[in-house]
Design a protein around this ligand. Structure first.
Ligand code: DCP
Ligand code: CA
Ligand code: CA
Length: 864
């Protein structure tokens, strides 16, 4: 062996000499002192790497020895990495890039894994894939068509960014830093928490304000210098301000060469194995499912699922080709083949957001935060104090924002929030528009109905059916008619909004209703221990969020997304959640808590009861509600409650022995005394003490509460209705697909709780229907339709969910029975909102039918 090694080394030196004499001008000595050993398949090949070493003064080892300084690999399995723990395992691009730049680059930028988590497997095959694209190897590049035409702007800083990202995407929840990295990279998380964050920030600024606004002085001077007799404002002037293509603008700050080009922000770089190459992926199933679900995107071939990553934001140049935020990359590239993509920069967004809020806060604190790039401002004081017009204020403010952030914002003014928001839309990009009171009537006529607040896809299509595409069309319907069709609240809102009227006042201070942390990406546990460890970590995250804002909570909810029985093991979206069932259960404590241990203990106990297989978990969330301020629960109160509960507990101890788990601060109270609670049966509980029949025979009041209570949407943390409403339609839909408006749900939960005599512990899960016969479901449904004036969204989605699952389990006869029964009940009800609910349910059922059976149910679906 030694002889062989020596021989090879000798050969190498001879080759070097030959190469050197033939191409001396191209050679260098940059790899002096570097000796590489190539492990496994690399791109470029080991041979090319060897040649590069020869040419540039390095050594190439055919076998690894103690003289080897670097191991070059594109991808190493975990076990190998562990063996090589002490070695520098570097990606081949280190060599390639060094040669290109004629200097030895820092290998640390090219480590296959980082020292923080030595044994991390690089799930991604970035090297192999991206380079294969360059080489045009037939098999891979064909499967990867859409990825191969991505043009990526890779400045040096991007290389580093991308490296980090590819680590983030390649990791799953069992790894130690997963949670923090998930939170720093996840786009949905970012968007959904930023609204709450800035509401909180404004609240804090208001509390700390000394009442002085330095910006007003500057503005006044600007006003006197530019007194071009602008219209001063009416009494009530609301400004809506929103950054233009926010993520893109932030990304272009240090990429001036991309300004004016079609640019999109996306994380896709083809750095993961194409889904069809990963084991367990059932593309056809998921493709179909998403296709049916999403409506907007038509995914025309299987390859495209690899570009199912979305573009978060696109520049206005890209929008000219028809691109929209939230579109799949594959689709976007078809519309705009020379689209440039740039990576996310969450730190940058945060920095610019704070700067935006601080800039506005120098003028007034009458701000209602909407999201990271958007807010409403009541301009009454600032305009009056500075004697300026809305247009002057906007010009001045927008210039300051541009100077400070390097990004442009657009602003709209009106006498209410609806008008202001519509005005911004007209102003975009990089503009401003004051919708003066005298212009409103005319302006509204051409506004399309989907631009009105709260008009989502469903309502839009219902309105279209009625012949109302624009506000002018909508104005032809009487208030009574609209209310009859859509219910009192929605009908009234439509009636007002289509006339440009809006009485929703701005709210400047924010009272938080819930604090939570949820992860629905990268959850792949292989053991109970891993799941437990992760829950503890997540409890820590929630705890620190509570502490940060000085709150504690009494109700702790565990939410699990569980792989649906029929869903494939591996999801098309790498480490995504795929098609899931949502399971939620809460427990309420007698005192409010914020500490990690108590939260962890509660969720672990709930998790135990739910007994979901760790390997089937796809999303995990912990939410704390019933918040109170830290100072409210003083030691005294704690002790008082503790004593009080001890009393109750002793009284109940014979019935609820397992609940006696006292800690100094907190006591979990006993699980008795609530008929509503006791009647709830999960499959796990069903075997124990409660017969499933008891489920159905309840009074009407209880029925509603139970329906409301048992639904368990997977909420996005802290996403209140206002924030949700403010999100762009597509992303709202995305969120709503897996989540439901948390504030809505919160209200309903609280209602239920107040109805209960001694509501100490709520234990909820959504398997209500699982233990019921079709007849039971039907009678429950009949009762529901006859008792309720308006169907609650959560009930609607629960029923839809049940039916979808029946379709998935191919219980076609049952479905027909239930659906026909529902149709009859709704028919009798003669109510527009119920008919809408019916259509919504049926839409989902039919979608699922198409997925499972490839055909729709033939049913009567009109009510005329
Ligand atoms: N966002 C996202 N996914 C979406 C929509 C938005 O990730 N489907 C993110 C990226 C956006 C940011 O939220 O930059 C702000 O959303 P906006 O709706 O305000 O859109 P933009 O700021 O990108 O464009 P516009 O100029 O239309 O406001
Ligand atoms: Ca924006
Ligand atoms: Ca926005």
């Amino acid at each position: 062996m030694a002889a062989k090694k020596a021989k090879l080394q000798e050969q190498f030196s001879e080759d070097v000499a030959k190469e050197g004499s033939s191409q001396s001008n191209a050679s260098s000595n940059i790899f002096h002192g570097v000796a590489i050993f190539v492990n496994g398949y690399t791109v470029p090949s080991a041979d090319s790497l060897k040649r590069m070493m020869m040419m540039h003064g390095g050594m190439y080892h055919h076998y690894q020895s103690d003289k080897t300084t670097h191991i070059i690999a594109s991808n190493l399995p975990n076990c190998k990495l562990k063996q090589l723990r002490t070695m520098k395992v570097v990606k081949p691009n280190w060599i390639v890039d060094s040669v290109q730049e004629h200097r030895l680059l820092d290998y640390r930028q090219y480590l296959l894994y980082t020292s923080r988590a030595q044994a991390r497997l690089n799930f991604g095959q970035s090297e192999v894939e991206s380079v294969t694209v360059v080489q045009g190897t037939k098999t891979v590049s064909e499967n990867n068509k859409s990825a191969s035409i991505i043009q990526t702007d890779m400045s040096t800083s991007d290389v580093a960014e991308e490296k980090q990202l590819s680590h983030a995407t390649a990791r799953n929840a069992t790894e130690p830093n997963f949670l923090s990295e998930f939170y720093s990279h996840s786009r949905l998380h970012h968007i959904s928490t930023m609204g709450a964050l800035f509401k909180q920030y404004v609240t804090q600024l208001r509390e700390e304000s000394d009442g002085r606004f330095p910006g007003q002085k500057r503005l006044r001077e600007f006003g006197t210098m530019n007194n071009n007799s602008q219209n001063l404002s009416s009494d009530r002037t609301i400004m809506h301000i929103d950054m233009d293509c926010f993520f893109v603008s932030v990304g272009l700050r240090d990429r001036p060469h991309l300004k004016g080009l079609p640019v999109a922000v996306t994380h896709a770089k083809g750095n993961i194995a194409p889904s069809h190459q990963r084991k367990g992926v059932d593309l056809a199933f998921e493709m179909n499912y998403y296709k049916q679900k999403s409506e907007i995107e038509t995914v025309s071939n299987v390859d495209e699922i690899d570009s199912l990553s979305e573009i978060a934001s696109c520049s206005y140049e890209a929008r000219k080709c028809g691109l929209k935020n939230g579109m799949f990359l594959g689709t976007a590239l078809k519309l705009c083949p020379n689209l440039k993509t740039i990576p996310y920069d969450f730190e940058g967004y945060k920095e610019v957001s704070y700067c935006l809020y601080n800039t506005v806060a120098a003028f007034t604190l009458d701000i209602e935060a909407v999201s990271c790039d958007e807010m409403f401002v009541d301009c009454k004081d600032v305009l009056r104090n500075t004697c300026t017009s809305p247009v002057q204020f906007a010009s001045f403010l927008r210039q300051e924002i541009k100077d400070k952030t390097g990004c442009s914002a657009s602003a709209g003014f009106g006498s209410n929030r609806l008008q202001a928001r519509l005005a911004t839309k007209k102003a975009k990009p990089d503009g401003q528009f004051y919708l003066e009171p005298s212009m409103v009537t005319n302006f509204m006529l051409d506004i399309v109905v989907e631009d009105l607040p709260g008009v989502g896809r469903n309502l839009t299509s219902l309105l279209h059916v009625m012949g109302a595409r624009t506000c002018s069309d909508l104005q032809r319907f009487s208030q009574a008619h609209l209310q009859q069709e859509f219910g009192v609240k929605t009908g009234n809102a439509l009636y007002m909004h289509c006339r440009g009227k809006d009485d929703r006042v701005l709210s400047f201070s924010h009272q938080r209703k819930s604090v939570s942390a949820e992860v629905n990406y990268g959850i792949r546990f292989t053991s109970q221990e891993e799941a437990t460890a992760f829950l503890k970590q997540l409890a820590g995250e929630v705890s620190s969020r509570l502490k940060k804002i000085k709150l504690k909570g009494r109700c702790i909810t565990l939410k699990l997304m569980v792989r649906a029985k029929e869903a494939p093991i591996e999801t098309a979206k790498f480490l995504g959640h795929g098609v899931c069932d949502h399971v939620t259960r809460s427990s309420t404590l007698t005192t409010a808590v914020a500490d990690q241990d108590t939260i962890a203990r509660e969720v672990l106990s709930i998790a135990k009861q739910l007994s979901v297989k760790p390997s089937d978990m796809r999303g995990v969330g912990i939410q704390v509600t019933r918040l109170e301020s830290d100072s409210m629960s003083s030691k005294f109160l704690d002790r008082f409650l503790l004593r009080a509960t001890r009393g109750t507990q002793q009284a109940n101890s014979s019935r609820a022995p397992k609940e006696e788990r006292n800690t100094q601060q907190t006591v979990r109270a006993s699980n008795v005394g609530s008929p509503v609670v006791q009647n709830r049966v999960s499959p796990q509980q069903a075997s124990s003490n409660i017969a499933p029949q008891q489920e159905v025979c309840t009074s009407k009041g209880e029925l509603t509460s139970r329906l409301q209570f048992e639904i368990s949407p997977y909420e996005v943390c802290d996403l209140d209705e206002e924030v949700l409403a403010a999100l762009p339609e597509d992303i709202r839909q995305e969120i709503l697909q897996t989540c439901q408006s948390s504030s809505n749900l919160q209200v309903q939960k609280d209602e239920v709780v107040t109805n209960m005599k001694s509501p100490v512990i709520e234990q909820v899960d959504m398997s209500l229907y699982n233990s019921m016969t079709v007849n039971q479901v039907r009678s429950l449904m009949k009762e529901w339709v006859s008792c309720e004036d308006t169907p609650q969204p959560c009930d609607v989605s629960m029923l839809a969910d049940y039916l979808e699952r029946q379709v998935a389990s191919r219980n076609i006869d049952d479905i027909i029975l239930v659906v026909r029964c529902l149709y009859r009940c709704v028919y009798k009800k003669k109510s527009g909102v119920w008919q809408e609910a019916y259509h919504n349910i049926m839409k989902k059922v039919q979608d699922m039918m198409l997925v499972v059976y490839g055909a729709k149910l033939k049913l009567q679906d009109t009510f005329t």
